[in-house]
Write a protein that binds this ligand. Structure first.
Ligand SMILES: [Fe+2]
Length: 306
């Protein structure tokens, strides 16, 4: 049984518990989310002078589009204003900034009509973030930057909350991914050769659920939830922001969504920084999650440009 909570007035702890049970939350726009969207839009629009970013893909060859968005992504991620605005969002949602740790926000663009589906415009196949070594206490926050349609949204495949999926996560080591997979995104223009965890066999995406929220609206869900990028047939590029959080008390207590099929090694926990002051998670807290080997060439925390 799945429940979608719309604008629920719950405290953060109660909300997290429900997310760990596979429930999904949607929220209407709030001042803090609209401020974040305004900021994202100004950065996107600056990168496409004189153009509507949603239709820029039709005005240039794909290589040129990649040249524009490849640097735009890290520019948005590491922008100080961006970090502050995420903190404002968490505060407005009632998260304790001393106990909540945030990953860097991602800016994603999903072009229409299969213009660019790899590398920086990667359209995610069905996956759980957990297969990419995300902690099971991870919450995903997703916001569209411009109006979206069902044809360019994100899909959830809720039956797999309880049905295990045979998948390649056993082959996935987070530190190896940091060393190799992430760096090569901008070079993957015509196809994507990065080794990513995916279902081993074709699985039925249906029933699937898609949420069309207004600009500044939020979809909040567990990183264990099976989800995918809808192949964009809307006729315009979809731009979205997503970021992830964990509550440190849940991490310490080992509370989170159940593991039914994840065998990834390493952990992305070190990517999370305390919302109040960007302090790191103590290694002693990370240690129980740091499973599997550390490859000699592995990188614990990815730093873009390194
Ligand atoms: Fe994901």
């Amino acid at each position: 049984m799945h429940t979608v909570y719309v604008d629920a007035h719950l405290d953060d702890e109660t909300r997290r518990r429900k997310v760990y049970q596979g429930q999904i939350f949607t929220f209407a726009p709030r001042p803090s989310t609209l401020a974040l969207i305004d900021h994202a839009r100004s950065m996107i629009e600056e990168a496409f002078p004189g153009m509507d970013p949603r239709y820029a893909q039709f005005e240039m060859p794909v290589q040129r589009y990649v040249e524009i968005v490849a640097p735009l992504k890290p520019r948005f991620i590491h922008n100080e204003t961006t970090k502050g605005l995420i903190r404002e969002v968490l505060a407005e949602f009632g998260c304790d900034l001393e106990r909540t740790y945030q990953d860097v926000p991602r800016l994603r663009m999903v072009t229409s009509d299969a213009y660019l589906t790899s590398g920086v415009g990667y359209a995610h196949h069905m996956h759980r973030d957990a297969w990419y070594a995300a902690p099971h206490a991870q919450l995903n926050w997703w916001l569209p930057v411009y109006d979206i349609e069902s044809e360019c949204s994100m899909a959830f495949h809720p039956r797999y909350w309880t049905d295990p999926v045979e998948n390649g996560s056993a082959e996935f080591n987070y530190y190896e991914w940091n060393a190799v997979g992430r760096k090569s995104a901008a070079t993957q223009v015509t196809g994507d050769t990065r080794k990513q965890p995916r279902p081993v066999h074709e699985i039925d995406p249906d029933p699937q659920v898609r949420f069309v929220v207004p600009v500044g609206g939020v979809v909040l869900f567990s990183g264990v939830q099976l989800h995918s990028t809808v192949p964009n047939t809307s006729g315009f590029t979809r731009y979205s922001i997503d970021f992830r959080t964990v509550n440190i008390d849940d991490v310490i207590a080992g509370i989170g969504a159940p593991n039914i099929d994840n065998a990834s090694t390493g952990t992305s926990l070190r990517d999370f920084k305390r919302a109040s002051d960007m302090a790191e998670i103590p290694e002693a807290v990370v240690a129980p999650y740091d499973i599997g080997p550390k490859p000699p060439e592995g990188v614990l925390v990815y730093t873009p440009g390194s």
